[in-house]
Design a protein around this ligand. Structure first.
Ligand code: RVP
Length: 501
């Protein structure tokens, strides 16, 4: 006989937080939104920690390289969409990893024997005007000089002029020894009016460059997420079909974390994918799995070795899975049950598996509710699709700017792998729609506004960290009429800010 759950499943909108005692310490400036992206053992530090609890959805209309860089600067992680060829996805990941920040390996190098024509060609290829001259022309060769656009004139000089004749040689250059801090490097850049400062190893080989414009950027983004080589952290979506080819390509491109992108994660396909990754890479590759909506689904993926687990079926703003297939669960109820299973799993095994609440965030306070209910971070599609950095066009409709936003299960995305249950390479019916969302400007200012609201609510609950919020939160279900009471009501509003959600 079928199992009946007679309690209705609820959405975030049906809950509110009840304030707790706030001490004078409880002010937004003291709140930390640090949160783990991947699993860790009790007492250990997670391999990847984010500074804000937000990741971007694995979707064509959301997570391209521009959004990935902007989100990493803000402290979150993007998962580049997998519904494109392996080569295209790997190229996007590589672009994020090549984006300059802090100490960066030199991507423009020549040897002293090369010519001005080589320098010009290199500049055209990379778009960078600072070229390192190393003894053998490689990124790790002995530094012998530097060439900038001030050192040569294309119209006046013979293209065959050797680099050694017009470069600034090492003895006349300003450089710093490896070990200098980013702050010290920046001081040298400012004092000596440089655009770029080469960093040299003990043995005279080139280590990296620090660029003036990157440092200014870094100062503005204290929470940015960088790997050990000071490159932005980025994730990438994979599927349960071509992982044997896609995973190696994404890792070679530098992906820091992977995530199986599927509408339904409680399946043998996910088990096989996770098994293959563990067999080939052990625990060194970080991979999330999902989506599930109950304890059984969580325990299954936890046992399969997932590094984080995503919760949510049918709650996405562009998702019509519940209508077309009749499967899913109210997002809040699903999340509460999965987080309880996660806590029990932690108690039993000493392994903490972060839970991601994916889809259905409408208002900023839904993020705070998700965190209070036990989520470690949230995945957002519609939210990020509204920003300048999302990959879609900004268009004017009826006098207002909007951006396009379409589901991975729509005919437009044709992401058949996401909905694949061992069937054909096509979508037999749609589970998503094609839509517009109100344009909302740059990511940075929107995320700052959202996180300041989250911090403020956390203070009302007497919590300075996400784990503290999860311990202290008092959450209440509300009636339909009290939801009406919660908005502006019984007044004629003069204006409504449509980009706020
Ligand atoms: P939202 O943030 O509410 O826009 O939801 C985004 C989520 O919706 C994605 O992370 C994904 O789980 C889900 N999605 C993406 N495409 C579709 C679909 O076409 N049904 N659903």
């Amino acid at each position: 006989m079928a199992i009946y759950i007679n309690e209705p499943s609820h959405t975030f909108n049906e809950y509110l937080l009840i304030p707790g005692y706030s001490s004078s310490e409880c002010m937004p400036a003291n709140v930390s939104l640090k949160t783990p992206l991947v699993k860790y053992k009790k007492g250990e530090k997670p391999a990847i920690e984010m500074t804000i609890p937000m990741v971007s959805a694995i979707m064509q209309s959301v997570s391209g390289e521009k959004l990935a860089v902007a989100l990493a600067k803000a402290g979150g992680v993007s998962f580049i969409y997998g519904s494109q060829t392996i080569e295209q996805e790997a190229a996007m990941v590589a672009k994020v990893k090549a984006y300059k920040s802090g100490f960066v390996p030199s991507d423009s190098n020549v040897s002293p024997d090369m010519t001005m024509a080589d320098v010009v060609a290199l500049k055209k290829k990379t778009g960078h005007s600072t070229v390192a001259v190393t003894s053998d022309g490689t990124v790790n060769g002995k530094l012998v000089g530097i060439v900038t656009s001030r050192d040569y004139r294309v119209s006046r000089m013979d293209p065959a002029t050797p680099v050694r004749d017009f470069m600034t040689p090492l003895e006349k250059m300003i450089y710093a020894k490896n070990g200098v801090t980013l702050g010290e490097a920046n001081d040298i850049i400012w004092d000596k009016k440089l655009n770029a400062l080469p960093i040299v190893n003990e043995d005279g080989t080139l280590n990296s460059f620090v660029f003036r414009k990157d440092y200014a950027d870094h100062k503005e983004n204290p929470g940015e997420l960088l790997d050990e080589k000071k490159r932005y952290i980025v994730g990438a979506g994979i599927n349960t079909r071509d992982y044997a080819e896609r995973v190696p390509a994404l890792l070679a491109a530098g992906a820091d974390a992977l995530c199986i992108d599927s509408s339904e994660g409680f399946s043998e396909w996910q088990k096989l994918t996770l098994q293959w990754i563990r067999q080939h890479y052990g625990d060194s590759v970080k991979v999330g799995a999902g989506n599930v909506v109950d304890r059984d689904g969580f325990n299954f993926l936890a046992e399969c070795g997932a590094d984080f687990i995503k919760v949510g079926i049918g709650g996405g703003s562009i998702c019509i899975t519940r209508e077309t297939k009749g499967i899913g669960r109210g997002q809040a109820t699903a999340l509460i049950e999965v987080c309880k299973a996660r806590d029990e799993y932690f108690e039993k095994t000493g392994v903490y598996i972060p839970v991601c609440s994916d889809g259905g965030i409408v208002y900023d306070h839904h993020i705070t509710l998700a965190l209070a209910m036990g989520a470690d971070f949230v995945m957002l599609g519609r939210y990020f699709a509204r920003f300048d950095e999302s990959p879609t066009e900004k268009v004017m409709i009826g006098g207002t700017y909007v951006k396009e936003y379409w589901g991975e299960g729509s005919n437009r995305a044709r992401n058949w792998q996401r909905y694949d249950l061992g069937g054909d390479k096509k979508l037999s019916f749609e589970e998503g729609v094609d839509s517009y969302v109100p344009y909302a400007g740059p990511l940075k200012e929107n995320v700052e506004k959202t996180t300041s609201k989250i911090k403020s609510t956390m203070c009302n609950c007497g919590a300075l960290t996400i784990p503290e919020l999860q311990q202290k939160a008092k959450i209440t279900l509300v009636s339909a009429t009290s939801i009406v009471e919660g908005g502006a009501h019984d007044v004629i509003r003069k204006e409504k800010n449509t980009t706020d959600k």
